[in-house]
Write a protein that binds this ligand. Structure first.
Ligand code: OXD
Ligand code: MN
Length: 648
């Protein structure tokens, strides 16, 4: 199979030419002004291709930075930027490790802001379904072209005065081929340059040849972060009132303003690799999903690859890097957050991880829960909003390392902290950003241009009640319904508060790049493709609690017992029984040897009242939120579930 992923290698680019012209912000003189008038501190403008130059010049004219730095992504450059950040007091070295840093953000800029994340299309229905009866849409936010123009005009002109503009050319897969798509990102915050080096691949040479006319090098997406400063906290510029993360999928553009937090400003991640890419995937017939990818090898040495979609901060990184507790099993990591998947000419679904690093949630990560992540982050890692010890280490809730005598902790807010204090030492959404290559269990094929063959897809979420440890969908359509009906307790990854159980279809609710009803049609259409081998679909829930509020299942490495059953089901083993919600492991089919006491009956119980209520909630949500865009196949699945639950 020849380079299956040629067409979906992508990057994030701001086409200011399109952007400024489309928003009538074109600064006269772009074409006449000499390039030399721009102060270029690093790199050579003349060597850039015409559209890249235009991107730089028009962006500079619009935002008026003091000078321009064209990044090349080299180690030397990275070190220079780190030294500058340290001098400016924006980051601090964690002296116990090699090249590890701590950044503290403005405490108002700590998570994705879904309320300020919008998609711009001509028609609202191209972005979101129109909810029934004027209800508020929960499946994304649409902004009209006119409002967007106004929003841009309010924010961008002159917003970089006195600052450097960076130009970062990158792509999201290491292999360059003649159809590779590249792009540009122009972050204002140097902090973002160093996190970009981690998360994306540099493509400085290739971007020289970017051209509008050459289809092989279409500029595919765009992004820019411009930040204005009100009152600087922690030397972290941001503008929470004016934050806007805007996507124009028709032009493959992203325009982000006001937040430096990863999910809002690392534009190659959620903005491009999910929102814009899901739209490209729909147009081109593949899937861009919020999924980890792992390889699992059984004791006989046979290997399978599985993709899994859980909402943010529900353990994707832990599962992707798991050390199985079952003897003889091995898990290898392909990616922990995003999967781009496409059927190959043999009908197999193949996946790549478009990222080059991990941007993982720190609290809860420990040698017990994720030893491979702990080993990954001991060097070359940027930490954001974790706590630090006076001997130069990182620290957070759930790190499971007792503090030796004499060791003191400074919280993410820069205050002295001690165990037992009311507030956490690390922000619950504090992060580590580390190169994937440092993970000791990266899969040998994690950068293969052909991707890895996916045999199973797992959906899951935090469900304290009613949802069993694992079940398997009856078939593809039912599996698509299981993804549609996904719900999970809110986490700190976005601005939602409290432990409310939210609907989060496919774990994509914050990341859909187009109308969810059409996204469902796209998933359903996979079944009608000629000669494809559809993966089996499963649902897991590691988070069910007993009546005292304790987790019923130990999780982490013990989840290998569930993967073992899934592995055998993928092999066609008859080890399941049918229930109203799907197939569950037959008695004795889960390997529980050496597990200790777990109330399996409770873990797999299906309380009738719970499922009656669940059906009602799903119906209300789908009828209200997806309304006339709900595919009839999904209504039929809902009715079938309702009937089965009635007979329970
Ligand atoms: C993430 C998220 O950062 O899902 O991966 O919020
Ligand atoms: Mn994520």
């Amino acid at each position: 199979m020849s380079s299956l992923y040629n067409r979906i290698l992508g990057c994030c680019t701001l086409s200011v030419k399109h952007f400024a012209a489309a928003h009538r912000l074109w600064v006269p003189g772009l074409h006449t002004r000499s390039l030399h008038a721009l102060q270029v501190l690093n790199g050579d403008l003349e060597r850039l291709s015409r559209p890249v130059r235009e991107f730089v010049v028009s962006g500079a004219q619009l935002c008026q930075p003091e000078n321009v730095h064209i990044c090349n992504g080299s180690e030397e450059e990275n070190n220079r930027i780190l030294a500058l950040l340290e001098k400016q007091g924006m980051i601090k070295r964690l002296s116990k490790y090699d090249n590890c840093w701590l950044a503290r953000t403005d405490p108002r800029d700590v998570a994705r802001v879904e309320s300020k994340t919008v998609i711009i299309t001509k028609n609202q229905r191209d972005t979101v379904p129109i909810p029934e009866g004027g209800a508020k849409c929960q499946l994304g936010s649409w902004m009209s072209e006119e409002s967007f123009e106004r929003a841009v005009a309010e924010r961008f002109p002159g917003c970089m005065k006195g600052r450097w503009k960076k130009l970062w050319q990158f792509r999201q897969f290491p292999v360059n081929t003649d159809t590779t798509l590249h792009g540009l990102f122009s972050p204002l915050l140097p902090y973002l340059c160093v996190t970009c080096v981690c998360m994306q691949y540099t493509s400085s040479q290739i971007a020289h040849s970017l051209s509008y006319t050459d289809k092989k090098f279409t500029i595919h997406a765009s992004g820019e972060i411009f930040v204005t400063i009100e009152e600087l906290k922690n030397n972290w510029p941001c503008n929470p009132q004016k934050t806007l993360i805007a996507h124009v999928p028709d032009r493959r553009e992203i325009i982000s303003f006001g937040s430096g937090y990863g999910g809002n400003s690392l534009l190659g991640k959620k903005c491009f690799a999910l929102r814009i890419a899901s739209r490209i995937a729909k147009d081109e017939g593949w899937l861009a999903e919020h999924m980890l990818i792992l390889g699992i090898t059984n004791p006989e040495g046979r290997k399978k690859y599985i993709a899994a979609a859980f909402p943010s901060a529900c353990g994707k990184t832990n599962l992707a890097m798991m050390n199985p507790s079952l003897p003889g099993w091995k898990v290898e990591c392909v990616g922990d957050d995003i999967a781009w998947m496409k059927f190959d000419s043999d009908g197999r679904l193949r996946a790549i991880n478009p990222e080059n690093g991990f941007f993982g949630v720190a609290p809860g990560t420990s040698m017990k829960t994720n030893p491979n992540a702990m080993k990954t982050i001991l060097k070359n890692t940027m930490f954001t909003n974790v706590a630090e010890t006076n001997d130069g280490r990182f620290y957070w809730e759930g790190i499971d390392e007792p503090l030796a005598s004499g060791i003191t902790v400074t919280s993410w807010l820069g205050k002295q902290w001690k165990p037992g204090d009311k507030d956490p030492c690390a922000h619950p959404n504090s992060r580590f950003c580390a190169p994937a290559s440092q993970c000791p269990i990266m899969d040998p094929d994690w950068e293969s241009p052909d991707g890895v063959p996916i045999e199973g897809i797992i959906f899951g979420g935090r469900r304290p009640k009613g949802v069993p440890l694992v079940y398997e969908a009856f078939n593809w359509k039912h599996g698509v319904f299981v993804g549609t009906a996904m719900r999970s307790e809110a986490t700190a990854a976005a601005e939602h508060k409290g432990k409310v159980v939210m609907h989060d279809p496919f774990a994509m609710r914050p990341f859909f790049g187009y109308n969810f009803g059409r996204y469902l049609e796209h998933w359903l259409s996979m079944e009608h493709r000629h000669g494809v081998r559809l993966p089996k679909i499963f649902h897991v829930n590691w988070f069910r609690k007993d009546t005292n509020g304790n987790f019923l299942w130990p999780g982490f490495g013990q989840n290998s017992r569930v993967l073992d059953w899934i592995f055998r089901r993928l092999d066609g083993e008859q080890s399941a029984v049918e229930t109203p919600i799907g197939y569950v492991p037959a008695s004795g089919a889960l390997n529980l040897q050496g597990l200790g006491k777990v109330d399996m009956e409770e873990l797999f119980s299906l309380p009738k009242e719970f499922w009656e209520q669940e059906v009602k909630d799903i119906r209300k949500y789908l009828m209200e939120q997806v309304n006339i865009d709900l595919p009839k196949e999904m209504s039929a699945e809902l009715e079938a579930l309702e009937k089965r639950v009635k007979k329970m």
